[in-house]
Write a protein that binds this ligand. Structure first.
Ligand code: UDP
Ligand code: MG
Length: 317
């Protein structure tokens, strides 16, 4: 099978017939063998009924229904487990992404050998309240992840080699950072393609303002997990030990100074407890100790993690 299209959807009943029909036309025109995997993320409208109806008419449609709403990442993850095609295309169900982009995306994976090609909605049809924070996000993600050539990490329209989606795990709301996850998993050839973006035709957006706060926290954790998940002590331990010893040295210095004055019968001007530096030293000691302990506990946790010794093997001969 050439292509698997994965479509996560939540309350998108109106769009589905149009979307699947359009995908089918594109596929038939290009003689691709394909499947369309519709993952219903616990919709409370008629989405599932529509999917069942579509399935009855078209064998290449696969429907998967969640019992409740788990989020776009979960839907993608389950879709990825089911795919069979050589190339996997993800797209949103709301008709904002155009299926006409599929042949070119497919060509770039097959012929130009990309692991992942992400769409870039260069001209967007979204309100300003969304496009401006998005610009900021993309630039922070670009510099934190070192993927310099992507402008639009969270574009719903992406193409992958099958290996990629079978080796990565998308959970929580991490769908925003799939290129980063792929890069951590060792897939380096990540490209971009300018794609047409359209205004939402039916329904409303499923993500509110919280997307920006959650998105930022997710960026921090993905970065941290990618870098230190297998060796947390290197992060917490280094900070903790530095803080602990700096604090201890300062405290010893201040106390030593007092003892020195007493021993030599010199009048000293400030009590130990009158000096702000002393309190800073105490805080540094306590915080340092806690950071160290956090690192130690994290180390114990990661030692027990089932995937502590799982590595991505590309080939063996
Ligand atoms: N979606 C989903 N589960 C959710 C929220 C959204 O499967 O909990 C789907 C949604 O149906 C759509 C895609 O994810 O197909 C992108 O959502 P939306 O268009 O609302 O996001 P926006 O375009 O506003 O970023
Ligand atoms: Mg949308």
């Amino acid at each position: 099978m050439d292509i698997s299209v994965v479509v996560p959807l939540y309350n998108e009943a109106e769009s589905l017939p149009e979307l699947t029909e359009w995908i089918r036309q594109v596929m038939n025109k290009n003689n691709f063998t394909y499947e369309i995997i519709l993952v219903d993320d616990g919709s409370d409208d008629d989405s599932w009924k529509v999917i069942e109806r579509l399935k009855a008419d078209h064998a290449e449609i696969v429907g998967i229904k969640f019992r409740r709403n788990y989020g776009k990442s979960a839907a993608l993850n389950v879709g990825f487990e089911a795919v069979q095609g050589e190339v996997v295309i993800t797209m949103d169900a709301d008709l904002q992404d155009s299926p006409d982009e599929i042949p070119e995306l497919y060509r770039r994976i097959r012929e130009e050998d990309f692991d992942l090609v992400s769409g870039w909605k260069q001209k967007r049809y979204d309100p300003l309240t969304k496009t401006i924070p998005t610009k900021f996000f993309n630039s922070v993600t670009r510099s934190m992840s070192g993927i310099k050539n992507l402008h639009d990490f969270n574009c719903g329209l992406k193409a992958y080699r099958r290996d990629v989606v079978k080796s990565i795990e998308v959970y929580g709301e991490m769908h925003r950072y799939i290129p980063v996850i792929a890069k951590w998993a060792g897939f380096k050839k990540i490209g971009e393609q300018v794609v047409e973006h359209r205004a939402r035709k039916y329904g409303t957006t499923k993500f509110g303002f919280s997307r920006f706060i959650n998105g930022f926290l997710d960026l921090l954790s993905i970065f941290f997990v990618g870098k230190f998940a297998k060796r947390p002590m290197h992060f917490f331990g280094a900070l903790g030990v530095t803080s602990f010893f700096t604090g201890t040295l300062i405290a010893l210095w201040i106390i030593g100074e007092k003892l020195y004055h007493i021993a030599n019968h010199i009048r000293y001007t400030r009590e130990v407890t009158d000096q702000p530096l002393f309190y800073i030293a105490l805080v540094a000691i306590v915080v340092g100790f806690q950071l160290f302990l956090t690192g130690f506990i994290a180390e114990l946790v990661s030692r027990n993690a089932p995937e502590r010794n799982s590595y991505q093997i590309e080939k063996t001969v």
